[in-house]
Design a protein. Structure first.
Length: 426
């Protein structure tokens, strides 16, 4: 299989989400990717990267400059005198004194991004359909810039917040006390209001949250998961290409057993893997891919003779040269109808691609021409595919794969149960 992870998906999420919504770690990671992406190779994959065009570099650099200004202004905020540029945070000594008076620093297990459904709050802009909490050792913010408060831990399992600005409906100095608890594995958080002078903050923070502990610094995926039900926060397979996208919490929900992790959550793809997996074994969900060109299966060119519906794609996969496929079985997953089939490389296929280091490779899927996406079968690769109709002439592809049959057999039952637990509300 081949699958470049180039700058496109990162910038897509970055531009669409908006500079006031993205964490500093994503901002810094984009700079890093702009410089390194043409040289990077993902483990085990035979990839090809086109050098970024000068236009792409200018766009990325320009966007980065805009973000510097946007994030800088948001971070600087307005001081008590109303002037931009005054730090909203106390000086280190004042912060230390306040923390000592109010309680201990926020415990390390809370110092993550926590994701949840958007909280209806007339004092906050409804620019996104999701919510993000973030704690440092002494501060708290909601959706990166709102409800900024000093934070401390007066006792185990409690947090005290003191409002530092009025964004979100609080008055500077409004104090709130909260209790919190984590699930045994730490991947889920529950906040409860003990008391808060700022009703708006209490209504926004209370409830259940998912920890983001993503190994990919460019993303807000969840990372390692304990057994339970989880929700995506970026992918939305129902948004057409270049459509009016925004983050929609819960566009995909699912159950996992112990031992799985969410390693990617982008606008058009979502990945679940066994914890610790360093290759592409796992479940890949794609909202906007098509069959590769039949004339050149190594190219990032859509097939001109294969439709984009689940039926058309399944029929092609079941009979394509170089593909050994099981008989398709009708399925219904998460409210979408489609087909399931297992595929591997036909032993008679010997064609290599320019980027496959001389080894046979049977291309299956691609995306937008030139978008850097090409995915297919290597000699030992095993795949289970769910091709599901989105209802608009496009298909959602859910693929479980592993590099060998033994690896595939080890995960396929659990992976299939996870896929069968999917819910995909429109």
């Amino acid at each position: 299989m081949t699958r470049p992870r180039d700058i496109d998906s990162v910038l897509e999420a970055w531009f669409l989400d908006g500079p006031s919504e993205m964490p500093d770690r994503l901002f810094e990671a984009v700079f890093d990717r702009v410089e390194r992406v043409p040289q990077r190779r993902l483990a085990r994959l035979k990839l090809r990267y086109a050098e970024m065009s000068s236009t792409a570099r200018l766009i990325a650099a320009g966007a980065a400059a805009i973000l510097v200004v946007g994030i800088g202004l948001a971070a600087l905020g307005r001081g008590p005198d109303g002037k931009v540029g005054t730090s909203p945070s106390p000086s280190p000594s004042a912060s230390s004194s306040a923390s000592s008076a109010a309680g201990a620093p926020i415990p390390a297990e809370l110092r993550h991004f926590y994701l949840g459904a958007f909280r209806e709050n007339p004092k906050l802009p409804a620019s996104q359909d999701r919510s993000i909490l973030q704690f440092s050792d002494s501060t708290f913010t909601y959706n990166e810039t709102y409800l900024r408060s000093t934070a401390s831990a007066p006792a185990a399992g409690t947090v005290r917040l003191v409002a530092e600005n009025v964004s979100g409906g609080c008055v500077v100095g409004d104090e709130g006390l909260y209790s919190w608890s984590l699930s045994p594995g730490g991947s889920k958080l529950t906040f409860s209001v003990v008391s808060d002078a700022c009703d708006s903050r209490g209504a926004t923070i209370a409830g259940d949250w998912q920890r983001s502990d993503c190994p990919n610094p460019d993303n807000l995926c969840l990372g390692n998961l304990e057994a339970g039900r989880y929700a995506s926060q970026f992918i939305d397979p129902f948004i057409p290409p270049r459509g009016d996208w925004k983050a929609r919490f819960g566009a995909l929900t699912y159950d996992v057993p112990e031992g799985w992790a969410n390693s990617e959550d982008f606008p058009s793809d979502y990945v679940l893997k066994p914890q610790g997996a360093t290759d592409e074994r796992g479940i890949h969900v794609w909202g906007d891919i098509v069959i590769v060109s039949e004339e050149d299966p190594c190219a990032e060119t859509p097939a001109s003779t294969v439709g984009r519906t689940a039926q058309a794609m399944t029929e092609w996969l079941a009979s394509a040269p170089g593909v050994a496929a099981t008989e398709p079985v009708a399925v219904s997953i998460g409210g979408l109808d489609g087909w399931r089939l297992d595929v591997s490389m036909d032993p008679s296929w010997t064609t290599a691609c320019p980027f496959s280091q001389g080894r046979p490779l049977r291309g299956l899927f691609t995306g937008t021409p030139g978008g850097g996406f090409h995915w297919g079968l290597e000699r030992e690769t095993q795949m289970r595919l769910f091709i599901l109709d989105l209802g608009d002439g496009r298909a959602l592809v859910v693929e479980t794969e592993a590099p060998t049959k033994a690896d595939f057999d080890a995960i396929v039952d659990e992976a299939t149960a996870i896929v069968e637990s999917f819910n995909l509300p429109r």
